[in-house]
Write a protein that binds this ligand. Structure first.
Ligand SMILES: Nc1ncnc2c1ncn2[C@@H]1O[C@H](COP(=O)(O)OP(=O)(O)O)[C@@H](O)[C@H]1O
Ligand SMILES: O=P(O)(O)OC[C@H](O)CO
Length: 528
């Protein structure tokens, strides 16, 4: 009998840093019916800057939707059988636009962007008793003061872009993370588009109180930002509005989660004590702490994991964030020319049995968890005459593995219980050698998700739960869940020796920006 394609379906927009995609799932399952994916260009105007054009992001998302819908029709499916869509997105990236025109006032400042060092310096000076403590706001928002988060980016825009300052002052500016921007555009933009976000995205701005889940006047005062720019904070699964035009016209937007939190849901880490790592542009390890807020004393972030429905309890997570994971390979491809495409990575790294003692710390824009050192910069240590490009590619894979070990060690210290296994997903996890190295270098089992697109899946499951409240997100998937395990093969002594060397490489990368020659010394060195 021929396979008969029948609905209902649920769609998910996954707007990542490197690429955007629209995926159509069989409702309530992890069965992908079809999808379309397009790379998103980043703009690197100055050293440390990373921007994207919000109009280009919107257009790419619309193109992904149109193409995926065309594929659904070609398969014999009907668009009207899509019961809802969810949105999941790169977090923290900051968009500011004009409420009168609906047009962006500046390019989106992407989460990786490191331009706000001097903004942080100025903000640190305002902390009482000259304490200069990056953890000053942690009790309120769960986050350290870092260029990573939206509040700091917004303050930079206010200080440096006169049109933004004017619009903030006269009440015409609207702020959003990428979910909010997309939702505004999809629901009509200047013609009635909604201005909303969810608790997971809001928890990355440094402006939301982690306990009340509302914008906090003290945080707004600290950053010198007006309340009028902010969207309404909603739960992660509810009806936010309907799509105004295009292929999905009339369909409800029924879920909104930051991409790492969506992956937590998609990986079915829905109970306290479960954890997952997603390896895309960056790498993000989230540990579900249940309804309890756990404040880290070892450099992790306290963040909202998800809130599935207005009346549901929020679940929290401890997060270890690594800024540069897969992005290091984009750099090897685009800047250094060591690889031509990501399909070269595994074959090249497999040509050598080890990295020949080469260690690469890809701290291009500082180091995130657990170091929070914005002045760190990248280093490659241990080069010798025998080093080949294959060793460097392998060392790049190991760099991601060691950064995850840094985070697992911090999590162990915060939560006391060591993780027995790690659920993994994301673009890098197609690489088998990488997952074996990850297991070897952390000494625990690594389990690859059945489908790589767990981020989109999480958003789709949450959207289906909104339109079908009786749906049990947990039980439906477990039956078909076959994870492929990678088990550690190296001895603990070797693992620990190599980790010590990694720590030596980290030492060399920390504070690089501030430890260079002072201005006067530089001038005399240059002969000025
Ligand atoms: N085989 C591979 N080995 C290692 N890294 C890979 C491989 N394939 C893709 N990547 C990396 O994965 C990243 C893309 O993953 P993805 O999950 O799509 O990212 P994002 O969600 O951030 O857009 C890229 O940075 C790319 O370099
Ligand atoms: O684009 P990704 O998948 O690396 O995710 C980016 C994160 O959301 C940034 O916090």
């Amino acid at each position: 009998m021929d396979y008969q394609l029948t609905g209902p379906y649920v769609g998910a927009i996954d707007e990542g840093t490197t690429s955007a995609r629209f995926m159509i799932f069989k409702a309530g399952t992890d069965e992908v019916v079809c999808f379309h994916q397009i790379e998103v260009p980043s703009i690197f105007a100055k050293e440390g800057w990373c921007e994207q054009d919000p109009d280009v992001i919107s257009k790419i998302v619309n193109d992904c939707i149109d193409n995926a819908c065309r594929k659904l029709r070609a398969l014999g499916g009907k668009i009207e059988d899509i019961v809802a869509i969810g949105i999941t997105n790169q977090r923290e990236s900051t968009v500011i636009w004009d409420r009168n025109t609906g047009k962006p006032l500046a390019n989106a400042i992407i989460w990786l962007d490191n331009r706000t060092g001097s903004t942080i310096e100025e903000l640190l000076k305002t902390i009482p008793n000259n304490a200069r403590n990056i953890n000053y706001l942690r009790p309120l928002c769960g986050l350290p003061l870092s260029p990573y988060f939206s509040g700091v980016k917004l303050r930079w825009l206010r200080d440096n872009v006169p049109t933004v300052k004017k619009a903030m002052d006269d009440g015409s500016a609207m702020f959003g993370t990428i979910d909010t921007w997309l939702m505004y555009r999809l629901t009509g933009g200047v013609k009635g588009g909604v201005h909303k976000t969810d608790v997971t995205n809001a928890s990355r701005t440094m402006l939301m109180n982690i306990e009340t889940l509302q914008w906090d006047p003290n945080l707004l005062k600290f950053f010198g930002l007006p309340r009028t720019i902010l969207p309404e904070i909603c739960s992660s699964a509810e009806h936010y509005g309907n799509i105004a035009e295009g292929s999905l016209r009339g369909i409800a937007i029924a879920a909104d989660l930051g991409d790492q939190q969506a992956a937590l849901v998609g990986q079915q880490c829905l109970s306290k004590g479960q954890a997952k790592a997603t390896y895309g542009t960056g790498c993000f390890l989230l540990y579900n702490t249940g309804p309890a807020i756990v404040h880290s004393t070892h450099g992790l972030l306290t963040t909202v994991g998800y809130q599935i429905g207005r009346d549901a309890a929020p679940y929290y997570a401890l997060e270890g964030s690594v800024a540069i994971a897969g992005a290091a390979f984009n750099w090897l491809r685009d800047n250094i020319g060591l690889i031509e495409s990501s399909s070269d990575i595994e074959p090249m790294a497999s040509k050598v049995v080890d990295s020949l003692d080469v260690y690469f710390v890809p701290a291009f824009n500082g180091l995130y968890a657990p170091y929070w050192n914005q002045d760190a910069r990248g280093v490659i240590c241990g080069l010798s005459e025998e080093t080949t490009s294959e060793h460097i590619v392998r060392a790049t894979l190991e760099a991601v593995c060691f950064q995850v070990r840094d985070i697992l060690d911090a999590m162990h210290k915060d939560c006391k219980i060591p993780l027995g296994k790690l659920m993994v997903d994301g673009g890098m996890t197609v690489n088998n050698l990488f997952l074996q190295l990850q297991s070897d270098l952390v000494g625990i089992q690594v389990l690859r998700a059945k489908i790589a697109e767990t981020t989109a899946l999480g958003a789709a499951l949450a959207a289906y739960k909104t339109v079908n409240p009786d749906y049990n997100m947990e039980s439906q998937l477990s039956k078909s869940d076959k994870r492929i395990p990678f088990k550690p093969k190296v001895k603990p002594t070797e693992r620990n020796l190599r980790y010590e060397k990694w720590k030596m490489a980290i030492e060399r990368s920390l504070n690089w920006e501030t430890s260079t020659l002072a201005q006067g010394e530089r001038e005399s060195f240059d002969g000025a």
